[in-house]
Design a protein around this ligand. Structure first.
Ligand SMILES: Cc1cc2nc3c(=O)[nH]c(=O)nc-3n(C[C@H](O)[C@H](O)[C@H](O)COP(=O)(O)OP(=O)(O)OC[C@H]3O[C@@H](n4cnc5c(N)ncnc54)[C@H](O)[C@@H]3O)c2cc1C
Length: 367
């Protein structure tokens, strides 16, 4: 081993926790270094969808990668629960995107038809008219004209997921260090030394999984991670009697009975405020979809920053000049958690990224 650990993972959000768990379950000695509470942490503020429909429209490589993760999810969830005893509230009954006008419905139908051609025929979906939608979601409002259904979609409690991945990691002798903002990464023999306010940490490999922090870290290992923040605001209601058997992109009922309503897409930089105008817009749409929500009390709202790439699809790379340094950035860290743990972590351990990731290198942005 070059250094104290086989692998140093920078970032303890959804990506770092999944990759750390995946490396530790292969027997690697790992440390996760996380900046802590003052950092931007999408992993703590997301919507919790494991979502296949609409991922990778016009980008087959991403569509296939997403579908692969959805296929791994049931076994991944079961393994996490068996290892930790934590119920991560994973359900995969399929999912629905609701359309509130004929124009939305037609646009949706076109997008879904283009996805059917990817994923080696594995992706299936149905466009549902209002009557067929009412059979699946009986509480729909009069404005709903139809929607798209995909059997591959599901949802999970994202905070339970994080807790389970980190618990499993620690149970496998992984070490998590918080308040450890990395400010320098250097080549150190065959491995790397990484500097934090608490001292230097050494390891054979280093994985950049620091979300929006990847942009500043990547040049230290001659990589490029051109990520930027995209704000999303989310609302949560008090607990309600079960009425939503299936997640939708705008509302989902959690295992505890609360309804998550979301989420906006605002290109406003590193602004984490949440305000009445956007909240009203999100709530109005949800009420039109499910009139029962008119009576629900909103108990909390929040904003979090997505980790966006210029074309919206993930970036995975290994440094050519500093082999052993890897980076991963994406805005679907819940959906992709299974493949980050089960597939990407294997590639890191083996020292080679799989060929299905060829189209997901940051090299695609080079002109
Ligand atoms: C409103 C919203 C809704 C979303 N809904 C979904 C959804 O339904 N389904 C889905 O799949 N995805 C969803 N996402 C996206 C998902 O949350 C992100 O893809 C995921 O959290 C990204 O994980 P990450 O670990 O890369 O980044 P983060 O969660 O941001 O974590 C990065 C970590 O790196 C640490 N860090 C940063 N810089 C440094 C440094 N220099 N040194 C050490 N540590 C550092 C931080 O402390 C932080 O913990 C949503 C996101 C938002 C904002």
């Amino acid at each position: 081993m070059s250094g104290a650990y086989d692998a140093i993972i920078i970032g303890g959000g959804l990506l770092g926790s999944a990759i750390g768990f995946g490396l530790a379950r292969q027997g690697l000695g790992c440390v996760i270094l996380d900046e802590g509470d003052t950092a931007y942490r999408a992993a703590r503020g997301n919507f919790g969808l494991v979502w296949v429909q609409s991922k990778g429209i016009g980008k087959p490589v991403y569509a296939d990668w997403t579908m692969g993760s959805a296929e791994l999810w049931p076994g991944f969830a079961q393994e996490l629960t068996e290892r930790t005893g934590i119920d991560i509230s994973y359900y995969a009954p399929g999912g629905i995107e609701i359309c509130l006008s004929e124009a939305e419905f037609d646009e949706r139908a076109q997008k879904m038809a283009s996805l059917t051609g990817h994923q080696n025929g594995r992706f299936s979906h149905q466009m549902l008219d209002r009557k067929a939608m009412m059979e699946r979601l009986p509480g729909l409002g009069p404005d709903v004209v139809g929607g798209s259904f995909s059997p591959h979609d599901g949802h999970v409690g994202p905070l339970f997921l994080m807790r389970a991945m980190q618990r499993a990691f620690v149970d496998l002798d992984g070490v998590i260090r918080t308040d450890s903002r990395v400010h320098a990464i250097k080549r150190d023999g065959d491995g790397f030394s990484v500097e934090t306010p608490g001292g230097t940490v050494t390891g054979g490999k280093v994985v950049l999984a620091a979300g929006l922090g990847n942009k500043a870290l990547a040049p230290m290992v001659n990589l490029d991670q051109p990520v930027y923040p995209l704000k999303g605001q989310v609302l949560v209601t008090e607990r309600m009697a079960p009425f939503l058997d299936m997640p939708t992109t705008h509302a989902r009922q959690t295992g505890e009975g609360t309804i998550l309503i979301g989420s906006s897409q605002e290109d406003v930089g590193f602004d984490l405020s949440s305000g009445p105008e956007v909240i009203k817009r999100i709530a109005d749409r949800a009420r039109r979809c499910f009139p029962v929500l008119s009576k629900a009390r909103i108990v909390r709202t929040w904003a979090a920053l997505r980790v966006m790439t210029p074309d919206g699809i993930p970036i995975y790379d290994q440094s050519e000049t500093m082999p052993g340094a890897f980076a991963a950035s994406c805005h679907s860290g819940v959906t992709l958690a299974a493949t980050h743990a089960m597939t990407f972590a294997k590639y890191v351990a083996d020292g080679h990224l799989g060929s299905e990731l060829d189209g997901l290198s940051a090299g695609r942005f080079d002109v």
